[in-house]
Design a protein. Structure first.
Length: 248
């Protein structure tokens, strides 16, 4: 199976940045409501909703909050959110994709453009950087769930495209078309994953120096802290020393 571009130092940072649980729960609830509105409220029949609920459980979001978010969709309560993807270049020409759910397109676009500009980057048109990423499904399990060989065998049998096992756990990648079936097959064998979602995976990553890396990580912080932003993806790597300096 194919190799893997290392971008975990960026994705792991997302969890650290959302230290305020109220803000994190708000984002998770928004995704649950939108997923339930767009499809069936049954997570067993709605892969996006199931992924949103799994993400909420991983962050210890109370069951009542999850149920309330689903009921909002059923009762057509609350705001209507638009799904928007922003693309641009950060410091050092690094490609960045921002996924947002917003009830105010003008506000979101203005804020996100400002973040890019202040960091020394620029916001581009849709499609300006996404060609450097693959849209793919990811299913993650803790390392204790299975041995590397057992997970590889199960993933191949389920129809996965790639498996990466390491100290952080097992990452299984699948096509957007096959992702749901792969996730269901693995869940039947190993139980609920710690993560199951569609992501933008960089085809290649670029190592940046610490000065550029610090600017990029600050941009990631600004974007992730915005209420409308759900996910941020980028194709750069920074040194372990810089990650430690910036807060682990």
């Amino acid at each position: 199976m194919a190799g893997h571009s290392q971008f975990k130092n960026i994705m792991h940072r997302k969890g650290r940045q959302d230290a305020q649980k109220s803000k994190l729960f708000g984002k998770l609830a928004r995704e649950i409501t939108v997923a339930a509105k767009l499809g069936t409220p049954d997570p067993n029949m709605n892969p996006r909703l199931r992924a949103a609920i799994i993400a909420a459980r991983q962050e210890n979001m109370p069951k009542d909050n999850i149920e309330r978010a689903v009921k909002k969709a059923l009762g057509n309560e609350g705001e209507n959110y638009d799904e928007i993807r922003y693309e641009g270049y950060g410091p050092g020409g690094v490609a960045v994709i921002v996924e947002a759910l917003t009830d105010n397109r003008n506000r979101a676009a203005s804020d996100i453009r400002s973040f890019f500009t202040k960091s020394g980057g620029n916001l581009g048109e849709t499609g300006s950087v996404s060609f450097m990423f693959d849209r793919t499904g990811i299913i993650e399990y803790d390392r204790s769930v299975a041995s590397d060989d057992a997970m590889l065998d199960a993933a191949i049998e389920a129809g996965a495209d790639d498996v990466v096992s390491g100290e952080a756990g097992h990452e299984i990648y699948a096509s957007t078309e096959g992702y749901r079936d792969v996730a269901k097959a693995l869940e039947a064998k190993f139980g609920e994953p710690r993560k199951a979602a569609l992501i933008w995976k960089p085809q290649n990553t670029v190592a940046v120096d610490d000065e550029t890396g610090e600017k990029l990580l600050k941009l990631m912080d600004l974007l992730n802290e915005h209420d409308d932003v759900q996910h941020v993806y980028a194709n750069f790597e920074v040194s372990d020393a810089l990650v430690a300096k910036m807060g682990g």
